[in-house]
Design a protein around this ligand. Structure first.
Ligand SMILES: [Zn+2]
Length: 483
């Protein structure tokens, strides 16, 4: 996650530092070619102690010892490939970067992705993991240009090939790359100043068959937790089509695609003209909807009804910095909630007190769940915890409603907005007159699937290079980092 000021500044500083180091060494390079060679050699031996060691063990374990070499330079790696050797329980790989990673024999055999072990079309495991002897050990490993080749013993004779990139991406002992997408660095936290340049794409772009505009839209949602779409025809049909561009609409007790006014046709304050404080929807569901799209179709004969958006991740980051104990309380204590305004339904999450305001995973915030109006009776806490929770919630509310956090915008017909309901809170001011809204809930899994497919299609491509081209679908590799 990128903090608006502090962290970005630190990152900048450290990149400056590495820049100046490389500048220094470039400047210090001697002019004479012999001296330059020496310099290069000593840089290599100093920086790549691991590669020297790697080459040495490769000699020991996988190749006969070469005859005594005339010079004392560190032995070069064969063809610049990573090196590998077999340990008692693991295969050790030394990458060109000088980093090491170990992989259990069992893990490697289990992750073979040859067509016998992994279905190339369905991308499902065909191998029965529990047929693999627990003490399986390769008879030979080889570094090839394609990847690590592992030969398994003859009782279960088999050869597996693992691409180097894939091994690096999935390294775990130690992890050489972050695996958890929830803790990626794609989030940009924002406060009220987002009003200067809110993330926006045009309807025309989003609906274009090349899907580049759709990718841009969903990338905005991924980074900022919301994005406007401008130039949407002010009709329910066009808005519904826009919603399904992302994925399936999630039908709830409010219906599938909503088209509503302040007439209390549903037993919820959304269907009144009252002000609504910043909240997330569906705190009363075990799995609150992922995205919410809404579009103001009409507001006549009245005033008010401004839309409020607040970045819950931004507010949580400030809470954590200023009041870490309060943050910890809101991340620990579950809050019960209900939707009970209609005689035919009574929703509560299961288990009722399992879901805190701030849900963390692996030390990173992954979900904000906050609707103070829908909170049920608090009776599941000790006396001490009860006081602690109210104190923490008060601080959270204070930061959530501060001018620095609140982004107010007066929507008009033609501009739809999609919000990540697990991150960005929404609300509105009270209004008079006739105000007609439409919109839908879209599944979070559907959204992330769509974004993953578009990322497969477009990531690493320069949009300027092929402006209007409709790209042919790429075949998904069995080595996709997400599988
Ligand atoms: Zn296999």
């Amino acid at each position: 996650m990128i903090r608006p000021n502090g962290v970005a500044a630190r990152t900048l500083k450290s990149s400056c530092r590495s820049l100046s180091t490389s500048c220094r060494s470039a400047l210090a390079r001697p002019e004479s070619s012999i001296a330059a060679q020496k310099q290069t050699r000593s840089l290599h031996s100093a920086n790549s102690w691991a590669s020297a060691a790697a080459a040495a063990f490769k000699r020991t374990y996988t190749q006969p010892e070469p005859s005594t070499s005339a010079d004392n330079a560190p032995p070069a790696r064969d063809h610049g490939l990573p090196v590998s050797r077999i340990d008692e329980r693991k295969v050790v790989v030394g990458f060109e970067t000088g980093e090491w990673a170990k992989y259990h024999h069992m893990w490697l055999r289990d992750h073979c992705r040859c067509p016998e072990c992994f279905h190339p079309v369905t991308k499902q495991r065909l191998l029965n993991t529990f047929d693999i002897p627990p003490d399986i050990k390769p008879v030979k490993v080889e570094s090839t240009a394609e990847g690590l080749e592992v030969h398994w013993p003859s009782s279960v004779s088999h050869t597996s090939l693992y691409p180097w990139d894939w091994l690096r991406q999935h390294s775990y002992d130690p992890p050489l790359q972050t695996h958890d997408s929830s803790s990626d660095h794609s989030h940009i936290l924002w406060g009220s100043k987002i009003q200067q340049a809110p993330p926006t794409v045009s309807y025309e772009e989003v609906m274009s068959p090349d899907e580049r505009g759709l990718y841009k839209w969903l990338t905005n949602v991924d980074k900022f937790g919301f994005s406007f779409v401008s130039g949407v025809p002010a009709t329910t049909e066009a808005t519904e089509e826009l919603s399904t561009r992302i994925g399936f609409i999630r039908e709830t007790h409010y219906g599938k695609f909503w088209d509503f006014t302040a007439d209390l046709t549903r037993g919820d304050t959304a269907y009144t003209n009252m002000a609504l404080g910043a909240h997330t929807d569906n705190t009363y569901f075990t799995d609150p909807c992922g995205l919410q799209l809404f579009h103001l179709l009409e507001h006549s004969e009245g005033t008010g009804g401004a839309t409020l958006l607040v970045d819950g991740f931004y507010v949580a980051s400030i809470l954590q910095e200023l009041y870490p104990a309060a943050y910890a309380t809101l991340a620990r204590i579950g809050v019960p909630a209900h939707a009970a305004g209609e005689p035919g339904t009574l929703y509560t999450p299961f288990p009722t007190t399992a879901y805190p305001v701030l849900r963390e995973h692996g030390g990173a915030l992954v979900q904000v769940r906050w609707n103070n109006d829908d909170r049920s009776t608090m009776h599941h806490l000790s006396a001490a915890e009860m006081g602690e929770w109210y104190d923490a919630a008060r601080l959270w509310h204070k930061l959530l409603t501060s001018a620095d956090s609140e982004y107010w915008v007066q929507l008009a017909p033609g501009t739809a907005v999609v919000v990540n309901n697990h991150r960005v809170l929404h609300g509105r001011s009270a209004f008079t007159g006739r105000r007609r809204m439409c919109g839908a809930y879209i599944g979070g899994d559907e959204y992330r699937s769509r974004l993953a497919v578009l990322t497969e299609k477009f990531a690493g491509q320069d949009p300027a290079a092929h402006p209007a081209a409709v790209l042919p679908p790429k075949e998904r590799s069995v080595w996709s980092p997400l599988l």
